[in-house]
Structures are given as structure tokens and as C-alpha cells.
Design a protein around this ligand. Structure first.
Ligand code: AN0
Ligand code: CP
Length: 346
């Protein structure tokens, strides 16, 4: 996906000294060897202040185009653990609204263009995190990760995704760390299940979860109603099972998430609100006493019943706590001088 952004950014030539592309973190491949990354995460978790010198006099800027609770706090905390100063900008609250497409006559409600805003923001910081959800208006705009790729192209600073249009790799890395901590067999069965929700949600979380599980040593199954098939570059060789109860049989981990349809012509649409898919003790009964996971925020009694999320097998809180650790590994790697050629892992 990183190779396609020039088509979107077009011929923009800002003659900016900041245009050299730095390292970035937008998907599982940017971590390189996953086992090493998990090992590093578990080491950091034992002593999260061991690298306080790395970020001294460095500034982390977090740019949010969308709301957040966990990402905002855990990423800021991760930066502080590394000795960084941290700044947060909410684009839609207090900053100028940004135009993101080139060639637009800017006579509407957006006073600033992202192509000026990015190098300006970059001039005040050393590492940039970006949250920019799918907008569901233009599938190509979303799936080419137009906004995050503009930051990568025009900031000259290391950029990491805090949930882009197609992926949420800090979440999926935290999920993997959590599975490693809680698994009680070498190769657990992990089931990603769609669940109902009143609003159309992006595919970023399930995409990244699939991306990571496909690389991890797990027996991975995806279950959803027909029509909710995810993009093939994320599903890859994973087993897709349309019968949720069948998918849950013998599961060691159940990972619930809603997402809107990906496939044309229904991109971004809600096709079902079938509450039979709400994760309850009925489905959990056929699992291998599975752990329950969700990235949060979660709508109770839509996605999962009170009983399951409050139950002894729910690990949603430690899962969220691991967001601090996944962010810290990623920021640490982005800050650390590296001789890796462009395109190599962090
Ligand atoms: C977002 C989503 O589904 O992508 C963020 C999840 C981390 N969730 C909502 O907007 C409710
Ligand atoms: N899981 C997650 O990214 O939560 P927030 O949207 O609250 O950051």
C-alpha cells in the first residue's frame, strides 16, 4: 500500500527539506520478526522505565482526526516512559479543519490544507502518531491509507499509525502480547467473530488482528455473516467459517469486533444487526473455556453480554493495559538509530 500514495498525492512538490522519508509503523511487517517483538515487549513490561534516556529532549506529537480513550492515554504514557515530551492535537476540536485532497478549490469549511499542516506539525516534533479512520466515502481513498501516507511522505519524521483507515497495528500488537501472556498451549485456537453494532465501524481492527494472527503461531478462524468478508490481503489463508457456533468449538481465545461491509457494492454499509451473533454464554459454552477479548470501546449487550465481559475469562482490561507496552516498543524502535535500509523492519 505504501507504494501507491504517489497516485493520491499526485505531483505535489513542496520543495521541503523535510521530504526525506523516515521509518514508519503501519502494519505487522514493520515489526520484522514477531517473536522478537513480543520478547522485547515482555522485557519492557518488566521494567518500563529502563529506556528513559532514549527520548530525552525528543517530542512525540499525536494527531487525532477521531476520538480515542485508550490510544490517547497509552501512547502518551509510552512516550513518557521513554523520557519524551508529548503533545496532542485534535484536528476536529481546536485545530483548523484540514483539506486532504489536492486540486480542490478551498472555498468550503476547511481553511488549511494537510500538505502545509503536515510539515508545520513535523517541524515541532521528532515522532508522529496519527489516527485517521476510514471515512467510508471513497474505498480507494481509505484503502490506500491516503492520510497516513501523506504524513509518511511529507513529514520527514518517523510516523506510526494510531488506527488508520485499514489497520490498527498498535492494537493488534497488544492483542498478540496478551495472547502470548494468557495462552496455556503452544498453538491456541483463536477465533475472530463479527458481532452486531448500531453504527458502521471500520475494518481496521479486524484487518490488523487477522494480519497479526496470520503471522503468529495460532490456529486462526474468522467467523461472520455472509457479506462481511474482509479484504483478501488481510484474510490471506485464514479459515473463514460462516457458522459462528462451529467456529467457536474448542476455541481458546474469542476476539469479538463489529465491522461494516468491505465488499462492493456494500462498502461501509451495515448488512446485519442479528443479535444471535452477540457473544454470550451460549457460544462460550462450546469453547475450550475461551478467554474473551475486545479492543474496546465495546457496546454491552450488542457485541457481548454483561455476563461474558464481566466473567472470569474476560481479559479486556489487561488487553487494554498492554496498549502501553505495544506503543512503547514501537516508539522506542522509531527513536533508536538504525542502519536498516528503507522498507526494512523497524
Ligand atoms: C473504532 C473502530 O471500530 O475502529 C475504534 C476501535 C478501537 N470504534 C468505534 O468507533 C466505536
Ligand atoms: N482500542 C482503542 O484503540 O481504543 P480508543 O479508540 O479508545 O483509543
Amino acid at each position: 500500500m505504501k507504494n501507491t500514495e504517489n497516485e493520491i498525492i499526485g505531483e505535489a512538490n513542496l520543495n521541503s527539506p523535510l521530504r526525506t522519508r523516515a521509518r514508519s509503523y503501519t502494519n505487522v511487517k514493520d515489526l520484522g520478526n514477531l517473536q522478537d517483538a513480543v520478547k522485547e515487549a515482555l522485557e519492557i513490561k518488566k521494567n518500563r522505565f529502563a529506556y528513559k534516556h532514549i527520548g530525552e529532549n525528543k517530542t512525540l506529537l499525536m494527531v487525532f482526526f477521531n476520538s480515542s480513550l485508550r490510544t490517547r492515554l497509552s501512547t502518551q504514557k509510552a512516550g513518557m516512559n521513554l523520557g519524551m515530551n508529548t503533545m496532542v492535537l485534535d484536528i476536529n476540536q481546536g485545530a483548523w479543519k484540514l483539506e486532504t485532497e489536492r486540486g480542490v478549490v478551498m472555498d468550503g469549511d476547511k481553511p488549511e490544507h494537510i500538505l502545509e499542516a503536515i510539515p508545520v506539525m513535523a517541524s515541532y516534533c521528532d515522532v508522529i502518531g496519527v489516527r485517521a479512520f476510514a471515512q467510508f466515502e471513497d474505498k480507494a481513498f481509505d484503502y490506500q491509507e491516503t492520510i497516513i501516507n501523506q504524513f509518511i511522505e511529507h513529514s520527514g519524521k518517523p510516523v506510526f499509525s494510531m488506527e488508520g483507515a485499514t489497520s490498527h497495528p498498535l492494537q493488534a500488537f497488544a492483542d498478540l502480547i496478551t495472547i502470548e501472556e494468557y495462552k496455556d498451549k503452544p498453538r491456541p485456537k483463536v477465533v475472530l467473530t463479527w458481532a452486531p453494532h448500531p453504527r458502521a465501524l471500520p475494518q481496521a481492527v479486524p484487518n490488523s488482528f487477522a494480519d497479526f494472527m496470520n503471522e503468529a503461531d495460532v490456529d486462526f478462524v474468522i467467523t461472520h455473516p455472509e457479506g462481511y468478508e474482509l479484504a483478501p490481503q488481510f484474510v490471506r489463508g485464514a479459515r473463514v467459517e460462516y457458522d459462528q457456533m462451529k467456529a467457536f468449538e474448542g476455541a481458546d481465545f474469542v476476539y469479538a469486533k463489529n465491522w461494516a461491509a468491505f465488499q462492493d457494492p456494500n462498502y461501509g454499509k451495515i448488512l446485519s444487526k442479528d443479535m444471535n451473533w452477540t457473544v454470550s454464554s451460549r457460544q462460550m459454552a462450546v469453547t475450550n473455556d475461551a478467554r474473551f477479548m475486545h479492543c474496546l470501546p465495546v457496546r454491552r449487550n450488542m457485541i457481548v453480554t454483561d455476563e461474558v465481559i464481566e466473567g472470569p475469562r474476560s481479559i479486556v482490561i489487561p488487553e487494554a493495559a498492554n496498549r502501553e507496552i505495544s506503543a512503547q516498543v514501537v516508539i522506542k524502535r522509531l527513536l533508536s538509530p538504525s542502519n536498516l535500509p528503507e522498507g526494512e523492519a523497524l
